[in-house]
Design a protein around this ligand. Structure first.
Ligand code: HEC
Length: 144
């Protein structure tokens, strides 16, 4: 299921469009996967109807299992490697220093909620807070 989520988000990005409602749309599309269906239960509503239990991603909202670098390469790269919308550039201490000065807590808070053209969680909607922190740390390290 996590793979599915990544692909959906990736598709949105490669199209160059990050619509403000994209997260909602993605959630809506993933909704069928979010419904728990345990062994022995009627899994009505799920397509296929094989009767087999689908192991629902109980931890879907928790983690992608990706490293900070992998998250950056998949989700943050498009903007932070080009500086689109004044995104602080990867590797630029000049652009990162003021943010580093504010501290990880503030950078994480902005990253989780989004600001300006920075989308919530940088489009990695399945990233946990720890993973977001790892991705930010990766960018901070690149600048130092
Ligand atoms: C659609 C483009 C886009 C994507 C994708 C994106 N960012 Fe950003 N990011 C921005 C922009 C634009 C800003 C500057 C926002 C501002 O300062 O108002 C920014 C700012 C930031 C900041 C600085 C916040 C601060 O406190 O000043 C961090 C940290 C950050 N992004 C992390 C990430 C991470 C981590 C990812 C990937 C998981 C990511 N971004 C993906 C556009 C993007």
């Amino acid at each position: 299921m996590l793979v599915v989520a990544s692909l959906v988000v990736g598709g949105t990005l490669s199209g160059g469009v990050v619509a403000s409602d994209s997260e909602e749309e993605i959630r809506a599309r993933l909704k069928p996967f979010g419904d728990l269906c345990r062994v022995g239960q009627d899994c009505g509503g799920l397509e296929g109807g094989s009767g087999e239990a689908v192991s629902a991603p109980a931890t879907a909202a928790a983690a992608t299992g990706l490293s900070g670098q992998q998250i950056y390469d998949q989700f943050c790269f498009a903007c932070h490697n080009t500086g689109v919308g004044e995104a602080p550039l990867f590797g630029s201490l000049e652009q990162w220093q003021p943010r580093i000065d504010q501290g990880m807590g503030q950078m994480l808070a902005v990253s989780l909620t989004g600001r300006g053209l920075m989308p919530p969680k940088g489009t990695c909607i399945t990233c946990s807070d720890d993973e977001m922190r790892a991705a930010i740390q990766y960018m901070v390290d690149s600048a130092q």
